[in-house]
Design a protein around this ligand. Structure first.
Ligand SMILES: Cc1cc2nc3c(=O)[nH]c(=O)nc-3n(C[C@H](O)[C@H](O)[C@H](O)COP(=O)(O)O)c2cc1C
Length: 272
């Protein structure tokens, strides 16, 4: 099957598909879109050629215009709404003792999976620790890792305040996971150059998506540091071979609402 097919009745010969193709593999020199000979394997399956065609004339062998989600432009935020949307997000550290329905978690993760990735490799996979008891069990491994760090790598443990965290945790304060009902890990193959950045971006998108569903989250840095380095925790997590967790997010129903947006440092910008 050809990589792209053109419905000549719909094609208005505007060359937009060729201009937008990231791999420059669509040629428009003959006044109609054609794949450059031998360049098929440079296609990264991003779907841009299909998505950008104003008349829906182009189909990719893996994607037809009908399979693409419709864009309702009237739903897009204006600059004021966008500013509020981005600044409204807060790290949430108090959660209701209520589980999020599994379908809702799947829905939010599916949205976050539209985050960009290098070469459109989409290397991120997700691991949900759904049950609170399981999180508490795993936290035991995190504390073991911290104790090991305090003993063996004191120069690293000190700036991370690990002693304080361990003491607090053992006194009954869940500084690690704040009583979150669920944890979501974004992981990928450590041998894939794009895994780490893709996971960071995807988790950022997840956190941004949560408030619209009445949910909230917070990065779980200590937990993830242990997940990257402590083999007993890695064993307990059971991620696929060669996979590393590049970010962990607490997720739940926020117990409290924020009423104001705290300011942040003025951005340092050069060149303007
Ligand atoms: C990579 C990363 C790791 C973080 N780890 C933790 C954590 O382990 N525990 C925690 O309470 N907050 C954690 N945070 C949340 C930050 O403390 C928070 O983003 C910061 O204080 C700013 O607050 P805001 O997110 O509400 O703007 C982490 C944030 C990032 C980006």
């Amino acid at each position: 099957m050809a990589l792209i097919t053109i419905d000549q009745e719909k094609c208005v010969k505007d060359g937009i598909c060729a201009a937008e193709c990231p791999g420059l593999i669509i040629n428009f020199k003959n006044g109609t879109p054609e794949v450059v000979k031998g360049a098929e394997h440079f296609c990264i399956n991003c779907g841009h050629c299909v998505a950008v065609c104003p008349t829906g004339a182009l189909s990719h062998k893996n994607l037809s215009p009908e399979e693409c989600m419709e864009i309702k432009r009237e739903f897009l935020p204006n600059p004021e709404q966008m500013e509020l949307f981005l600044r409204y997000r807060r790290s949430i550290r108090s959660y209701k003792k209520k589980q999020i329905p599994k379908e809702l978690l799947e829905q939010v993760i599916a949205i976050a999976s539209h985050a960009p990735s290098g070469h459109n490799r989409q290397p991120v996979q997700w691991h949900v620790i759904y049950e609170r008891e399981e999180i508490t069990k795993l936290c035991g491994h995190v504390i073991d890792w911290m104790k090991w760090m305090i003993k063996e790598k004191p120069e690293m443990a000190k700036p991370m305040e690990l002693e304080l965290v361990v003491t607090g945790y053992e006194a009954g304060n869940d500084i690690l996971t704040r009583g979150t009902p669920h944890l979501i890990l974004a992981h990928g193959n450590r041998n894939d150059f794009s895994s780490e950045s893709a996971a960071t971006i995807a988790l950022t998108w997840l956190e941004l998506a949560l408030p619209s569903f009445g949910l909230g989250g917070c990065w779980c840095g200590y937990f993830n540091a242990a997940a990257m380095f402590w083999s007993p925790l890695q064993k307990a997590l059971g991620l696929p071979k060669n996979h590393l967790s590049y970010g962990t997010m607490m997720v739940g129903y926020p117990k409290y609402q924020y009423h104001r947006i705290p300011p942040r440092n003025k951005p340092v910008i050069t060149g303007l």
